[in-house]
Ligand binder design. Structure first.
Ligand SMILES: Nc1ncnc2c1ncn2[C@@H]1O[C@H](COP(=O)(O)OP(=O)(O)OP(=O)(O)O)[C@@H](O)[C@H]1O
Length: 325
């Protein structure tokens, strides 16, 4: 069932250097309980898109969307207050650095209690019980002790579990995890990913995972969006997209990943796209990848639209589709 449908979502920032189009006409659709991933280089607009969906953009941003449906409600027809209420009751977001999201001068319990009070209210005892239940759900077995502690007394992994507990307080239908494991050790990374997938299964909670890591996407997601220069340049089923990318940028990203284990080959040179990511205030004419793309030709100075090809969405004049005939 369609939980979130967003079409032509654009976010601009007004800066001293002019308007920065951080997200350009993004199209997202997530079903209940689905796990999706977003990948792309730094500055490609992943976090801004996530913040726009979660209703957390800074006042410097201007957002537009032709369609923004959440759980059967059309958000484009709501007042800002109604929209914010619906979003905060249905969508939660967690970030890369749990310690910078938590207030270092307040106990874990106080911060958890504030979140529970905001979403469901209740007496002090009810809120305390709910906090303990949430801590247990995220695998913190000594919740009574942790409740009284401060963020600096917990490891990075435990703080991320606390952030997930807070995110669960509203019983979200969608949890957006913006690089939730980047700041953690590899063993802790896999524990946090396992926890997110367990919660996804147990609560039928959809998950949008933003990451730089293809191995995380391949092991956890059903569908992937690839972003470049504020645009979604390719999206589709994870397995198919990773095994046969249609967009030259997706192919370049995949080829730049080091291989280990069975695929390891000594002396293999990693693929690099020539040039660097364009600055969003000086985007190239036409296809944004054009100046760096090994397949580009004259047509690429025209703006490519997002097209549907064999069940995939691709923004490219010359997608890498092998001829089946
Ligand atoms: N508050 C802001 N004011 C002006 N521009 C902004 C602001 N926030 C983001 N941007 C612009 O939006 C671009 C996209 O930022 P975003 O954080 O979404 O990138 P990202 O793909 O999530 O990168 P990373 O992987 O490093 O987190 C930035 O490069 C910047 O140009």
């Amino acid at each position: 069932m369609g939980l979130l449908q967003v079409e032509n979502l654009s976010v601009d920032f007004q800066t001293d250097n002019g308007i920065i189009p951080a997200v350009d006409r993004a199209k997202i659709s997530i079903n209940a309980g689905q796990v999706q991933g977003v990948i792309g280089e730094s500055g490609s607009g992943k976090s801004v898109m996530a913040l726009a969906i979660a209703g957390l953009l800074s006042p410097a941003a201007t957002m537009r969307a032709d369609l923004f449906n959440l759980d059967g409600h059309d958000l484009t027809r709501m007042s800002a207050g109604e929209r914010q209420k619906l979003i905060s009751n249905n969508i939660s977001i967690i970030f890369q650095e749990p310690t910078s999201s938590l207030n270092p001068s307040l106990t874990i319990g106080y911060q958890l209690d504030e979140t529970i009070r905001f979403h469901s209210g209740g007496t002090r005892k009810q809120r305390y019980d709910k906090a303990q239940e949430l801590l247990l759900q995220v695998g913190i077995i000594d919740g009574k002790r942790r409740y009284k502690e401060y963020p600096h007394q917990l490891s990075g992994g435990l703080n991320q579990r606390v952030m997930i507990a807070m995110a669960l307080a509203c019983e979200p239908k969608l949890l957006i995890a913006d690089e939730p494991t980047t700041a953690l050790d590899v063993t802790v990374q896999s524990q946090i990913l396992d926890l997110l997938l367990k919660l996804n299964e147990e609560h039928n909670m959809a998950l949008m995972l933003i990451t730089h890591d293809f191995s995380i996407l391949s092991e956890t997601t059903d569908k992937v969006y690839v972003m470049y220069g504020g645009q979604i340049v390719e999206s589709g089923r994870t397995y198919k997209l990773l095994s046969q990318p249609y967009h030259p940028y997706t192919k370049a990203l995949l080829n730049s990943v080091p291989h280990y284990g069975m695929h390891y080959r000594k002396g293999r040179r990693l693929f690099n796209l020539k040039g660097s990511t364009p600055s969003l205030d000086h985007l190239p004419v036409g296809c944004y990848l054009g100046p760096r793309c090994p397949y580009a030709n004259r047509k690429c100075v025209q703006t490519p639209e997002l097209r549907t090809l064999k069940g995939r969405k691709v923004r490219c004049h010359f997608p890498l589709i092998e001829d089946d005939s």
